[in-house]
Design a protein around this ligand. Structure first.
Ligand SMILES: Nc1ncnc2c1ncn2[C@@H]1O[C@H](COP(=O)(O)OP(=O)(O)OP(=O)(O)O)[C@@H](O)[C@H]1O
Length: 271
């Protein structure tokens, strides 16, 4: 590591602050694009950078010429490719989880009670519902498919959205950072061919989203009234509202799970 010391010797406090700000901006950008199509584009750009590096190392002139011209306009290309993400991120500064609130809890006990109460009522009335709770992966791609609400999380509001007379009852609602951000959102269907054949599109959408993001999805079946929590492509049946509450509190506040409940298999439960 001694080869790095000349580099550090020339750094002053201003440079450290500069590097820290850029690191936070890159981290925030990654949070926004994780789980979205933009993440795949970043992998594609990384691949082109790799090719460029190979071209320079092995002096592949034609490849260098093409890629050098491509990277000349790199910033314009990035802005064009990620225009949706930039637009949403700039518009949502201050309203979504940002630099200042990144360490705060997303869903509080109060909101969990409201979600659980709504699911209980929907289940008793056999009203179908699809409720998404955002964790660290940005869901703006999916929020943009629905109707923006930005309301507080309240059981009556959730219940009335899914009533058949509501114009927003089709699709999913997305809860983000203690807010009911959008309703009528379209989620990706699971591409898993091993899914039980009887599962309909509501449940396939819950699986699909949790396969590509770390969001939690609660489904309430219109047919059976059963409530399921879906985490990382796995369903956890909640026989009662109390069980749903236990699972949610287990995930958010690390409350211990009743031994009768199936343990959640997740790599990184976010608290
Ligand atoms: N891709 C999707 N994104 C969001 N919501 C969806 C999606 N696909 C279906 N839905 C919702 O699911 C409803 C259809 O549910 P369907 O009966 O096909 O599924 P299911 O899994 O059998 O659920 P249920 O047990 O409630 O009948 C739609 O009316 C719509 O509200």
């Amino acid at each position: 590591m001694s080869f790095l010391s000349p580099f550090f010797n020339h750094l002053n406090i201003k440079d450290f602050i500069d590097i820290l700000i850029v690191a936070i901006l890159i981290y925030q950008l990654l949070l926004i694009v994780r789980g979205t199509k933009a993440a795949q584009m970043i992998v594609g750009l990384g691949f082109l950078f790799g090719l460029f590096w190979l071209g320079i190392t092995f002096k592949l002139y034609s490849l260098n010429w093409v890629l050098a011209h491509f990277f000349d306009s790199f910033f314009i290309i990035v802005v064009v490719l990620f225009q949706d993400q930039f637009r949403s991120a700039l518009a949502s500064v201050g309203t979504r989880r940002n630099i200042l609130t990144v360490f705060s809890k997303d869903v509080h006990d109060f909101e969990i009670d409201e979600i659980v109460e709504a699911c209980g009522a929907l289940s008793r009335e056999k009203i179908g519902a699809l409720i998404v709770i955002e964790r660290t992966h940005g869901l703006l791609n999916y929020i943009n498919t629905g109707t923006r609400l930005d309301s507080r999380i309240h059981s009556d509001i959730i219940y009335s959205i899914f009533e058949s007379s509501s114009s927003l009852h089709d699709g999913a609602i997305i809860l983000q950072n203690s807010k009911l951000t959008a309703a009528g959102c379209f989620l990706p269907l699971s591409k898993n061919f091993d899914i039980e054949r009887h599962l309909g599109t509501r449940h396939r959408a819950a699986l699909g989203l949790t396969e590509v993001t770390d969001a939690l999805v609660i489904t309430c079946s219109e047919e059976s009234g059963k409530i399921n929590l879906c985490v990382e492509g796995v369903f956890y049946l909640c026989k009662t509202e109390k069980e749903l509450g236990q699972y949610l509190r287990h995930i958010w506040s690390n409350e211990s799970l009743d031994s009768a409940l199936r343990p959640i298999k997740t790599k990184d439960i976010v608290r």
